[in-house]
Design a protein around this ligand. Structure first.
Ligand SMILES: [Zn+2]
Length: 271
């Protein structure tokens, strides 16, 4: 456990993918700086510096990472030219809006490392991509892909629509939906109990996921068992709301202590 002091990243670098209107990344930056005392850089859109040649290559690779059937483990080898064209347009347009496409998350991460980040950034930097795309990972337990809020590694990926769609809403919500009660009525009835698209609370929730990325970097373990700690691994929307917004504290005493020691270490190095 003591090892974490040797794994403190030099800095955070926050990248964005596509349009994420309503997010306040300056607020995220200030938050991370305050919690860790490590410098945070907002790097802008991740594809902005890709050469035209590389855009072609990355677009073709991205088209291969689309999950067309969540129940099928293998991805389609062949891609349609239209899909490649779509990806090219998406890469060229920094404000691209998402269209509900789901991508293979682990390979997505690998692609970003191989074609965009490697050689430019150090593994001792905490690189976080905030994306407006959906990422999924295969679950061998029930033989299907699941949408993910985040995937930690190099880079760490946090999916904004994933925060809305990955943790489940209350069970009764789905039952009532099946009974044919319109979505808009249910959204009113369950107001506040789950995160919605363009929700004003998204930046606040995002802070906790960025801290999970940070803890992954330190210890390989981003999660905590304590339901009030921002590092809790929420499977339900109500768990996420509690851990990120309504908990009795931000971090449990154990993780608060880790943060204390990190701040002390960073101060002692920089002074
Ligand atoms: Zn904790």
């Amino acid at each position: 456990m003591e090892d974490f002091l040797n794994r403190i990243p030099f800095c955070f670098r926050i990248f964005e993918e596509g349009e994420n209107a309503g997010l306040n990344l300056n607020e995220l930056k200030e938050y991370l700086q305050e919690k860790t005392t490590i410098p945070v850089y907002l790097e802008g859109k991740i594809y902005q510096k890709l050469s035209l040649e590389k855009i072609d290559l990355v677009a073709r690779k991205l088209a291969q990472l689309r999950i067309k059937d969540p129940h099928k483990g293998s991805l389609f080898k062949s891609v349609l030219e239209g899909e490649v064209t779509y990806e090219k347009e998406r890469l060229r347009d920094p404000n691209w809006k998402p269209y509900g496409m789901l991508y293979e998350g682990v390979l997505y991460q690998q692609l970003l490392e191989d074609f965009i980040l490697r050689g430019l950034f150090d593994a001792k930097e905490c690189l976080i991509l905030i994306t407006n795309q959906l990422i999924g990972t295969w679950d061998p337990k029930d033989w299907r892909y699941h949408i993910r809020t985040s995937l930690y590694g190099f880079p760490h990926i946090i999916s904004i629509p994933g925060l809305v769609m990955a943790p489940a809403r209350p069970r009764e919500f789905y039952l009532k939906r099946q009974m044919g009660i319109p979505l808009e009525i249910l959204k009113k009835e369950y107001h506040g109990r789950f995160l919605d698209h363009d929700d004003a609370r998204t930046t606040e929730v995002l802070k906790g996921y960025a801290m999970q990325a940070f803890f992954y970097q330190l210890t390989d373990d981003p999660f905590c068992q304590n339901q009030d700690c921002r590092l809790f691994n929420s499977h339900w929307q109500e768990e996420m709301i509690r851990a990120q917004l309504d908990g009795s504290y931000e971090f449990c005493p154990t993780h608060e202590e880790v943060l204390n020691r990190i701040r002390n270490r960073v101060q002692s190095i920089s002074s």
